[in-house]
Design a protein around this ligand. Structure first.
Ligand code: OOB
Length: 551
């Protein structure tokens, strides 16, 4: 039973990926037990004082899966998940995989604006949140949201204070039944491996963000092959530094590859050096993944830290660009090898390899992880550019889905008729055979690795009565790489301040990381030949303004 709105791979590709062994014909939940059978009492996850073995993880996930069934969730249902990095989040993710329920992986930063939209788009049957997180009452927001949907939607809460009308996630994790019998019962109703296993959020370049459905076997390969490329094995101790709803820490190689390859996952709640460094020392973490803005903080903090970071072998940095000069500092500062990662929730992953020379790791964003990744670099007219030239990257492959979920109009633009995904990234091949990311043609702002859709920002600003026209652009930011600048043309006799703009974003319940940092009032926008706002020229104008202001 395939969910509507899913774009399948054509049969010949299914056959190709299966016969080559990329796809292994089993749902993700199957692998949970094969790991447990092999490694039983080895520790799978460390979360603070708590260490959970592979066997316990499988048993807890089964208990939870069974309780989700009791709540009425069924194969083909979707749920919205917004949780901090915890072992319970991993158990929930795996429980879903046992019974064919697909989690939509929201971020803790998301608020009404994003959650309403996602709940609606995926027709979710449950919402899972912490009670509170960083002083925000997630439970209340989820409760209000569930009520407003106008159809049954359970609220599951992780934390100390669970309202009576909601379900306590920890209770659902408690083991009741005899594990072998429960396992057999759940095995008997295992989902199809070609089905949707999870939804990742896309950065999005449209007014409403899209979600990406990933299947069991494509995502298992995504993680397994990532782990193989990065040398993951039983000695791997992976520190989950970034929010685990992101593709990077979840499956690239992240948590899933660590479990696939028999290592140990260490959970932390914050990427700050004050939290991460003690955890590295205590758990002898060997590998982690960071976005550039966090890598920057780690490099600065490492200069004076008293914590022993010597266990760190490999630090992956990706999600947005780093300049080669900074890249060169990371390895020496943290006493490890740098790996650059250029990936996307839509699929394709590129890594520099752990044994590459620094000329590769410091200067390029790596190469595809699979020999089955197909790559095209094309010019504006869709023609391949000669080797070494810059163009848009198009790709197909065994872990690059053929379409966004329930987005036919957008898919017609984002994919070619023969299934190539247009990444919107401008890249070139370095002569050493790795990609260099040169820029992008897609309309988004990349703030410290978090992607912000410019049209989504514009749609919010457009609600202001003072605003006649609006255009959101990326400007350089010393800490996060880019910031959100909104440029507006005002109606006559109106004025507008940045504070008013930000107050509107807060009132609309938009995630904080999307709130604009800069407001520029202009009299008109430069236009392209076809009459669209010329954002490149606008950006130049605003940068020039900044320079003359500074002078
Ligand atoms: C990762 O995934 P997303 O889906 O949040 O964002 C993908 C986009 C890419 O298309 C590219 O525009 C940008 O983020 N990006 C990079 C980059 N890595 C990603 N731009 C320049 N240099 C890099 N190293 O960001 C993501 C997914 C899996 C692993 C790592 C990152």
């Amino acid at each position: 039973m395939q969910r509507d709105g899913f774009t399948p791979w054509p049969a010949e590709f299914v056959e190709r990926y299966t016969s080559a062994g990329y796809w292994r014909g089993k749902p993700l939940g199957h692998w949970l037990w094969s790991w447990a059978d092999e490694r039983g009492e080895r520790v799978a996850i460390v979360d603070g004082e708590y260490a959970i073995t592979y066997q316990d993880l499988a048993e807890h996930a089964d208990a939870l899966a069974d309780n989700l069934l009791d709540l009425g969730l069924r194969e083909g249902d979707n749920i919205l998940v917004q949780l901090p990095n915890t072992w319970e989040f991993v158990a929930l993710f795996l429980a879903c995989q046992r019974i064919g329920v697909a989690p939509v992986l929201a971020l803790l930063a998301h608020r009404e604006h994003e959650l309403n939209y996602l709940a609606d788009l995926a027709h979710v049957r449950a919402i899972v949140v912490p009670d509170t997180w960083q002083r925000f009452d997630h439970q209340r927001l989820a409760g209000d949201l569930a009520e407003s949907l106008g159809r049954p939607c359970e609220v599951l809460v992780l934390g100390e204070h669970v309202d009576e009308s909601h379900v306590d996630l920890r209770t659902l994790l408690e083991r009741g039944q005899e594990p072998t019998r429960l396992r057999a019962r759940l095995d008997a109703q295992a989902p199809d491996p070609g089905e949707i296993a999870l939804f990742l959020l896309s950065g999005g370049t449209t007014g409403t963000p899209k979600i990406i459905s990933r299947t069991h076997q494509d995502y298992e390969y995504n993680a397994r092959q990532s782990g193989a490329v990065c040398g993951f094995d039983e000695s791997t101790v992976y520190l989950v530094t970034l929010p685990m709803g992101h593709n990077f820490p979840l499956g690239s190689p992240g948590i899933l590859a660590t479990l696939i390859h028999g290592g140990r996952v260490v959970m932390i709640r914050s990427p700050k050096p004050e939290v991460a460094f003690p955890a590295i020392e205590r758990e002898r973490a060997t590998v982690t993944s960071l976005v550039p803005a966090i890598a920057q903080r780690w490099v600065e903090a490492a200069a004076t830290t008293t914590h022993d970071l010597s266990s760190l072998d490999l630090v992956q940095v990706g999600g947005s660009v780093i300049d080669p000069a900074f890249a060169a500092r990371i390895g020496p500062a943290l006493g490890c090898t740098l790996q650059q990662v250029y990936g996307m929730a839509e699929g394709l992953l590129n890594y520099t390899r752990p044994h590459d020379p620094v000329s590769v790791t410091n200067h390029t964003q790596g190469r595809p992880i699979s020999e089955a990744d197909e790559i095209l670099i094309v010019d504006e007219d869709g023609r391949p550019v000669p080797f070494g030239g810059t163009g848009e990257l198009l790709t197909r492959g065994p872990y690059t889905p053929r379409g966004y979920f329930r987005a036919p109009d957008h898919n017609a633009r984002a994919y070619t008729p023969d299934g190539w995904y247009r990444t919107g990234d401008l890249v070139r091949w370095h002569r050493n055979g790795n990609f260099v990311v040169e820029g992008r043609v897609k309309d988004l702002i990349n703030r410290g690795g978090e992607k912000i859709s410019a049209p989504e920002v514009e749609a919010v600003v457009d609600l202001l009565p003072a605003v006649r026209r609006v255009s959101a652009i990326a400007l350089p930011d010393p800490e996060y790489g880019e910031l959100v600048c909104v440029c507006v043309v005002l109606h006559e006799d109106y004025s507008l301040t940045l504070d008013e703009v930000r107050a509107l974003f807060a009132a609309q319940g938009v995630a904080k990381f999307k709130h604009p940092q800069q407001l520029e009032i202009v009299t008109d926008f430069p236009l392209t030949a076809v009459g669209k706002v010329d954002k490149k020229a606008l950006r130049q104008d605003i940068l020039a303004r900044g320079e003359s202001r500074a002078a």
